[in-house]
Design a protein around this ligand. Structure first.
Ligand SMILES: [Zn+2]
Length: 408
């Protein structure tokens, strides 16, 4: 069975939208490498899924994605709304100002199949490129309209236009297998309205802690399988998730590894903790601003470069929740206070800022934060992969210290 999977992997293709720094392709490649290890096959003999295109508009994320694009030849497009046909662009611009009308105005055009074009300006090849239909498409449409911490505007949010563009592209490309990810409870009525005639829908919640990973991330997944292109469903996601349920055998403390001497030159960014300190001290509000550079030799160095509000929050958190990781831009006196619970790290959000552990008296570095989200940045893991493969699977080489974006 597993050998058959390897044999069939050769013509596997995928595409993504709103992937941040390309978690879907990274996960797919890491799974293939795990398969190779399990079967005792050299890792470069298991074909990796071919990435055809990515759509992501955050410019810092695009820098990361271009590293992958250059290795894989994948096209990278910026704004998904640019795939609305040219003659609709003025309407789209108006709807961005008045998003409450976007469903009403665009629904008939999308339903008629006249809304989208498959060509757009590609940042990889610096010209207009054509989207092609991959076997699998994965996308995390904006969760802000539905998030507790977002503004909660639901379908009246400007991001609805981007969800409609996502739907329009699925109707145009009709990939056999589409996965859409969002916060739990997100309204999927738009997806059902347009896509249910062509796709079987399965909706379920997955929580990474139930799969043995000590970082909370409860998310809603909508799996859509094409009614004509995919045979009858034999493996629903619900059954799959139960097979892989297991207890956590480690906790978030093990993600704080950047200060181990043996890893000093093996992190994604060399001398990463020094760079974290340098960045923090250079902020005008920092307690160490315009003073002699602090050094890692000082056990309180990270505390000394916090701003006054960060230091205040740190004190409150450390008193109320000792030996935990807390988020220094979230007020501990409000319902938005964010700290680890037992062995589990709180969900990492887009605006994560500094995740501080009072016992270690420092915050988590960018590389460590990526590891919490399953990116293969842990030094011993990286050293077991061939370099060429690492470049393909999201090496995250240019992630700036302390400003790692959310992975979805
Ligand atoms: Zn291209």
């Amino acid at each position: 069975m597993l050998l058959k999977m390897v044999a069939n992997a050769d013509d596997d293709t995928m595409s993504t939208s709103f992937s941040g720094i390309e978690a879907p392709h990274t996960a797919a490649c890491a799974n293939r490498l795990a398969l190779a290890k399990h079967l005792g096959i050299p890792p470069d003999q298991v074909p990796l899924p071919k990435l055809l295109h990515m759509i992501e508009w955050d410019s810092e994320n695009q820098e990361e994605l271009l590293l992958i694009a250059r290795q894989t030849g994948a096209c990278l497009f910026s704004d998904i709304a640019s795939f609305f046909r040219q003659e609709l662009q003025e309407t789209i611009d108006n709807l961005k100002e008045n998003p409450a009308l976007s469903v009403e105005v665009l629904a008939p055009i999308i339903a008629a199949g006249n809304a989208m074009t498959d060509r757009g300006f590609c940042l990889t090849h610096k010209r207009r490129c054509q989207l092609s239909s991959a076997k699998k498409h994965t996308g995390g449409t904006s969760c802000v309209p539905f998030s507790k911490r977002g503004v909660g505007l639901g379908l009246k949010d400007p991001a609805t236009i981007f969800s409609l563009a996502f739907i329009g592209l699925r109707l145009l490309l009709e990939e056999p297998d589409v996965t859409q990810e969002n916060v739990t409870g997100a309204d999927i009525s738009l997806f059902e309205r347009f896509l249910a005639p062509r796709y079987h829908f399965e909706v379920m919640e997955l929580e990474s802690t139930l799969l043995g990973w000590p970082c909370a991330r409860r998310r809603q997944f909508v799996r859509m399988r094409h009614r004509v292109k995919v045979l009858a469903e034999i493996s629903p996601l619900a059954r799959f998730s139960r097979i892989f349920q297991r207890g956590c055998t480690f906790d978030w403390r093990q993600f704080f590894f950047a200060d181990r001497p043996q890893f000093a030159n093996k992190l994604t960014i060399s001398h990463e903790l020094d760079k974290e300190l340098e960045w923090a001290q250079g902020r005008p509000g920092s307690g160490g601003f315009n003073q002699d550079p602090v050094s890692l030799d000082d056990p309180l160095c990270f505390r000394k470069v916090l701003t006054s509000s960060e230091e205040w929050f740190r004190t409150v958190y450390a008193n109320q929740w000792p030996d935990s990781v807390f988020q220094l831009n979230q007020n501990p006196d409000t319902s938005f206070e964010t700290h680890s619970a037992g062995q589990v790290l709180a969900t990492v959000i887009r605006n994560t800022h500094l995740l501080y552990w009072d016992v270690k008296d420092r915050w988590m570095s960018g590389t460590e934060l990526l590891c919490t989200q399953g990116f293969p940045c842990y030094p011993p893991m990286r050293s077991s992969y061939p370099i060429k493969l690492l470049e393909l699977i999201g090496s995250c080489g240019s992630c700036g210290a302390a400003k790692v974006e959310n992975t979805w």
